[in-house]
Design a protein around this ligand. Structure first.
Ligand code: PMP
Length: 307
């Protein structure tokens, strides 16, 4: 793994090898972790976080759903994320803050005051789906559904939720696909194993609503705003599986995946099998934020160094 040498762990910077956890940690047994995936981009203003405060806010929301007391304030976590990049001397990174129930007993119900650990790791991750960012990804519809509403909160970015994502991703890989798209238990489209989903059909840009058992993605939200800037309205609405086969364009969004075009679904090409013009325009606008071509009108970039 191509990682930064220092980890922020419970308030201190430590060498990667020293940031270890006891095997009795509650999160290891019961999935009780909440985390974020964030990116630092190299920009003309130096390294900048993308939507750092929004990621931190979601981390705290996820923790609240699982009654995990982070023990630091949002400002402290934001500051720690910035400190980590400075201490490691990085220009770009994928950053993974994680909050988890540590070693404090094996009861499913954690004892009052049982320990919570907070770590922030930085990795050197390029394009998550590799060349697919340019040429488009081949995806399948998974035989695994996402959890039904009122089972696990899909808005929480919690470790346990990623068991569902692993099943979807394993099946996709076995079939030779880059990613799997899951349906909800109602048979309607939800999201990819680690991405939100957009479909363009007859000039309308559509995406499943946040009530569709999906993570309320920050890249999804960014794309909706940037599309608006380009004069493209996004409709958040229920979509049947066949919307994938009737689409003119499809793309997936996520911090790791950024904006990744989809070129086929279940081996059926999307339109002519090449990323379409709306997908390209949104990619151009999105990456333009980091290259200085798209103005940062919403204050989404947080410089790592004082300007
Ligand atoms: N859905 C799932 C299941 C994810 O893991 C992710 C990645 N965090 C997303 C959607 C996209 O969310 P975001 O744009 O906030 O990274």
């Amino acid at each position: 793994m191509n990682h930064a040498p220092l980890i922020w762990h419970n308030g201190r910077l430590k060498p990667w090898a020293e940031a270890t956890v006891h095997v009795s940690a509650h999160a290891l047994h019961y999935g009780s972790s909440v985390f974020e995936g964030e990116r630092v981009y190299s920009t003309p203003r130096g390294p900048c976080y993308f939507r750092l405060e929004d990621h931190t806010r979601r981390l705290f929301e996820s923790a609240r759903m699982y009654e995990i007391d982070i023990g630091y304030g949002e400002d402290e976590i934001n500051a720690a994320c910035l400190e980590l990049i400075r201490a490691n001397g990085l220009d770009s990174a994928y950053v993974r803050p994680i909050v988890f129930r540590g070693a404090g007993g094996l009861g499913v119900l954690p004892a009052e005051g049982s320990p919570v650990d907070v770590s922030i790791l930085a990795l050197n991750w390029g394009a998550y789906h590799g060349e697919a960012r340019e040429h488009g990804a081949d995806v399948c519809v998974s035989s695994w559904n996402r959890p039904a509403p009122n089972t696990f909160p899909s808005w929480a970015k919690a470790g346990g939720n990623y068991l569902s994502s692993q099943l979807i991703a394993f099946e996709a890989r076995r079939g030779g696909y880059a990613e799997g798209i899951a349906l909800g238990t109602n048979g309607l489209l939800s999201e990819g194993a680690g991405e939100n989903l957009f479909v363009l059909r007859k000039g309308r840009l559509l995406t499943p609503p946040t009530s569709a058992g999906i993570l309320s993605g920050i890249t999804r939200d960014s794309v909706i705003a940037l599309a608006g800037d380009l004069g493209i309205a996004v409709e958040e609405r229920d979509l049947p599986r066949e919307a994938l086969y009737a689409a003119d364009e499809i793309f997936m969004t996520g911090t790791a995946a950024e904006i990744t075009p989809v070129r086929s679904v279940d081996r059926k090409p999307v339109a002519d099998g090449k990323p379409g013009p709306i997908t390209r325009a949104l990619q151009d606008t999105f990456f333009g934020l980091f290259e200085g071509r798209t103005p940062d009108r919403r204050g989404w970039l947080t410089p790592v160094h004082d300007e």
